[in-house]
Write a protein that binds this ligand. Structure first.
Ligand SMILES: CC(C)(COP(=O)(O)OP(=O)(O)OC[C@H]1O[C@@H](n2cnc3c(N)ncnc32)[C@H](O)[C@@H]1OP(=O)(O)O)[C@@H](O)C(=O)NCCC(=O)NCCS
Length: 165
């Protein structure tokens, strides 16, 4: 099925929630990534991507947030594709588009919690031990980042928190 990707708009909110709850099921709010968002990371709707199917229904989302750990860094997630449309390449397309949008907006890097096998093809690698922490437990093998321009991650260290402005 063909999909259209667009930036997030306010009227997408309910449909995005539906996709997230169908894709993740219960337990979604227990994730450490949710703590980062609760603590004031700022949603970047223009860098976030939603995927619409032929019927103009939202079937996928990849959100981008502005956060800070020593310097500003984008925080990616949640990434979700509706179960009815998974395993057809849409998750990868959403991530690729978000990474391109973040790069165009002159960001230094992107950080996330996710499966390395899934994110490695886009250039993500494991955050070196002790460099960045999250407000809760995280499996170090799933804590990943991507440099968007040379030196873009050099100043990143400490706890991932809300941006100062
Ligand atoms: C993870 C998710 C977004 C992937 O979307 P998708 O459209 O099914 O993924 P794609 O079809 O683009 O798959 C791309 C590749 O990633 C692999 N992949 C998919 N889900 C994966 C996972 N959870 N872990 C590791 N690899 C995964 C696929 O096998 C595929 O590899 P291939 O190209 O070598 O076959 C989707 O399965 C989903 O919403 N899952 C539930 C929510 C979730 O776990 N989100 C991720 C949090 S980091």
């Amino acid at each position: 099925m063909a999909h259209t990707l667009t930036a997030e708009r306010p009227e997408h909110a309910a449909a995005i929630e539906r996709v997230l709850s169908r894709a993740f099921g219960p337990g979604r709010y227990a994730k450490t990534s949710e703590r980062v968002r609760e603590r004031g990371a700022i949603l970047e709707p223009a860098l976030t991507r939603v995927a619409l199917n032929d019927a103009r229904e939202i079937v996928g989302v990849c959100r981008i947030w502005r956060a800070e750990a020593g310097a500003e860094i984008y925080f990616l997630g949640p990434l979700a594709v509706d179960p009815s449309e998974q395993a057809a390449g849409l998750g990868a397309t959403l991530v690729r588009d978000c990474v391109a949008a973040c790069r165009s907006s002159a960001g230094g890097g992107i950080i996330l919690v996710g499966a390395e096998r899934f994110f490695r093809p886009f250039g993500f690698s494991i955050v070196p031990s002790g460099r960045v922490s999250l407000p809760g437990p995280v499996d170090p093998a799933r804590f990943l980042w991507l440099e968007l321009r040379p030196g873009g991650l050099d100043k990143i260290h400490g706890e991932l928190a809300a941006p100062e402005r």
